[in-house]
Design a protein. Structure first.
Length: 103
């Protein structure tokens, strides 16, 4: 069983379950940031190729660099948002409840 019942009737999440949940969230963040960046890079490539005279190869390189920068920025923003929301949720738990959930 992954959860144990605490004396107060609340379920306690085990360390292994927290680790699995953290890995799932990080995987989802990476996948979302990569997908978003890929779409942004393709849009940049298409816009440069269609509306500027720079050519296909330079447009591809610029689109690739734009996708890499976008992925880094999106992943960083998502990780920052996740950490802030986790800190906010941790502060909402009173000290007495926090002692029960640590076990």
């Amino acid at each position: 069983m992954a959860r144990n019942n605490a004396p107060s009737g609340q379920s306690v999440v085990t360390a292994a379950e927290r680790e699995r949940q953290r890995r799932r969230i990080l995987t989802a963040l990476r996948l979302g940031a990569t997908t978003f960046a890929m779409l942004a890079g393709v849009a940049c490539y298409i816009a440069l190729d269609q509306f500027t005279p720079i050519g296909m190869i330079p447009a591809f390189v610029i689109g690739l660099v734009f996708a890499l920068l976008t992925r880094t920025a999106a992943a960083s923003l998502a990780r920052d948002w996740l950490m802030r929301s986790a800190n906010r949720a941790q502060r909402e738990i009173s000290p007495g409840e926090r002692d029960d959930t640590i076990h």
